[in-house]
Design a protein around this ligand. Structure first.
Ligand SMILES: [Zn+2]
Ligand SMILES: [Zn+2]
Length: 84
């Protein structure tokens, strides 16, 4: 019993949800492409792999960076509102 708990706890983090989502998408036959939630998205040809940490809508890393919407670590946000 202890072992099972240890296994479940290992590696569990806030990223897990996103990770599972991405895997499901891959299995489902490809990732979505298109405009992300960033207002001035300029990369509709890019795959939507990452989500805004706050509202969970998809954001492109490039768009997030272009608008200075990156938080600490690997956090990305779609808008100023979500960075708070
Ligand atoms: Zn974008
Ligand atoms: Zn957001």
């Amino acid at each position: 019993m202890m072992t099972r708990n240890a296994t479940r706890g290992f590696g569990a983090s806030s990223r897990d949800a996103n990770y599972r989502d991405n895997v499901r998408r891959l299995v489902g036959g490809g990732r979505e492409k298109g405009y992300c939630a960033v207002a001035k998205c300029q990369h509709p040809e890019m795959e939507l792999l990452h989500k805004c940490n706050t509202c969970k809508r998809y954001v492109h890393i490039l768009c997030s960076m272009a608008n200075n919407l990156q938080g600490e670590d690997d956090d990305h946000y779609c808008s100023r509102l979500c960075t708070r």
